[in-house]
Design a protein around this ligand. Structure first.
Ligand SMILES: *[C@@H]1O[C@H](CO)[C@@H](O)[C@H](O)[C@H]1NC(C)=O
Ligand SMILES: *[C@@H]1O[C@H](CO)[C@@H](O)[C@H](O)[C@H]1NC(C)=O
Ligand SMILES: *[C@@H]1O[C@H](CO)[C@@H](O)[C@H](O)[C@H]1NC(C)=O
Ligand SMILES: *[C@@H]1O[C@H](CO)[C@@H](O)[C@H](O)[C@H]1NC(C)=O
Ligand SMILES: *[C@@H]1O[C@H](CO)[C@@H](O)[C@H](O)[C@H]1NC(C)=O
Ligand SMILES: *[C@@H]1O[C@H](CO)[C@@H](O)[C@H](O)[C@H]1NC(C)=O
Ligand SMILES: *[C@@H]1O[C@H](CO)[C@@H](O)[C@H](O)[C@H]1NC(C)=O
Length: 343
């Protein structure tokens, strides 16, 4: 009888261990962090109905579904002395203070102890690294999760090393990193290069190195394959760039598969980070699992909500803009970003 009980306990324990796969699959445990492919959401926070929305589901749902990289934009806002998550300008899309989203990420990681997640900051507000740190310090339980990779070191631990150490949140910033003062906020372009982010046509994605202009070590650095589209819309003669949800089944389907195959050939290894809009569309996880040499298991994505924005998209027309809630100030701000950087 006692043996039976113990046997039962043993079976449960075994099952628990088996479920402790690394980022969803046991075969990834022994792979170094830089030899795994991850799906990363472009403007992860931008999931509220809005003409500039890049995602239909919030960050918690993204993580639940298997997104393991989050691209966040750090902006200054009139109502926040810290970091606000906004799409280009807070007049267009304001997702609130960064510490709220960081709190979501930290809670999710604490509930899911076998997962490794990366955050990439687009520092549009030119914050200092210490200002980003101050934002993290407001979040319960996040500081203990922060992984530190030494500067100029391109040899990464395995996922299972990271999981057993508990250091499972890897952070990068595109400009303004200072690893002397804030060692865990890595200078993105010292570790990672990326393909162009400005793409307008499914058949024109390429595998060129766009940023940084002159990477120190293309053989060993990781890379982001940017794979999202902007459609252009004109207000008068001014082009405005908007995400394209109406065609993401194509963008995130065959076009994604082809792009990943192409980049795998060009760089002789699969992309580390595949950055997409509307990740639930197309065949994103099939493509990812193929790159990670994992058998794809169909799963239901999303949270049942319908965050689709209430206006119709067009890839080039002018008809949808008038229906949006954007006021003139926001529209002008959009023009400003379209002209500068919409990343
Ligand atoms: C700033 O205002 C926007 C609405 O205009 C709101 O969504 C956001 O949460 C506010 N941020 C802070 C830090 O209060
Ligand atoms: C580089 O980082 C890895 C992982 O943290 C570590 O094992 C290795 O010793 C480091 N190499 C050097 C030269 O510091
Ligand atoms: C996309 O590119 C292809 C090939 O370069 C071209 O034939 C097609 O017209 C382009 N589509 C749009 C909408 O610009
Ligand atoms: C994308 O494909 C899904 C599944 O086939 C379908 O339910 C959805 O309506 C499609 N979306 C668009 C915008 O075509
Ligand atoms: C892949 O590469 C081929 C040949 O270089 C090119 O014709 C095709 O457009 C590329 N497709 C994508 C999605 O990158
Ligand atoms: C892919 O996984 C299979 C087992 O599922 C293994 O036999 C094969 O060697 C792996 N291929 C690569 C390239 O890792
Ligand atoms: C979007 O366009 C379709 C067809 O043109 C129309 O039936 C639908 O009502 C439109 N939706 C919104 C929210 O405007």
């Amino acid at each position: 009888m006692l043996l039976h009980v113990l046997g039962g306990v043993f079976v449960i324990a075994t099952v628990a261990v088996a479920q402790q796969a690394c980022n969803g699959d046991a075969s990834l445990c022994n792979k170094p962090y830089n030899q795994v492919s991850y799906l990363i959401t472009h403007n992860s926070y931008a999931s509220m109905p809005n003409v500039a929305q890049n995602q239909h589901y919030d960050v918690n749902t993204q993580l639940k579904d298997g997104i393991r990289g989050l691209k966040l934009s750090a902006l200054k806002s009139h109502n926040n002395s810290g970091v606000e998550l906004c799409h280009g300008s807070c007049a267009i899309l304001d997702a609130g203070p960064a510490h709220d989203t960081l709190n979501t990420i930290a809670s999710w990681l604490n509930d899911n102890p076998s997962e490794v997640v990366s955050i990439m900051w687009n520092n549009l507000g030119n914050f200092k690294a210490t200002e980003l740190q101050a934002e993290y310090q407001q979040v319960s339980g996040i500081m203990d999760l922060l992984y530190v990779q030494p500067a100029n070191n391109l040899t990464w631990p395995t996922l299972s090393d990271m999981i057993s150490s508990g250091k499972r949140l890897v952070n990068y910033m595109d400009v303004g990193a200072d690893q002397y003062q804030v060692p865990w906020l890595h200078d993105q372009f010292s570790y990672i290069f990326e393909t162009p982010y400005e793409n307008h046509n499914d058949s024109q994605f390429n595998c060129q190195i766009d940023r940084p202009q002159d990477p120190t070590n293309t053989e060993e650095m990781m890379y982001v394959m940017n794979h999202f589209l902007y459609g252009s819309l004109k207000i008068g003669n001014l082009p405005i760039e908007l995400p394209q949800p109406s065609i993401t089944n194509d963008t995130n389907g065959q076009a994604l598969n082809n792009h990943a195959d192409n980049c795998t050939t060009v760089f002789q290894r699969p992309p580390n980070f595949i950055e997409v809009d509307f990740y639930e569309s197309g065949t994103t996880f099939q493509v990812l699992d193929k790159l990670n040499n994992i058998t794809y298991t169909p799963k239901t994505l999303g949270d049942g909500s319908n965050n689709q924005k209430s206006v119709n998209e067009t890839s080039s027309g002018t008809d949808s803009f008038g229906e949006t809630a954007l006021d003139t100030a926001a529209a002008l701000a959009f023009v400003a970003i379209a002209i500068t950087i919409l990343c």
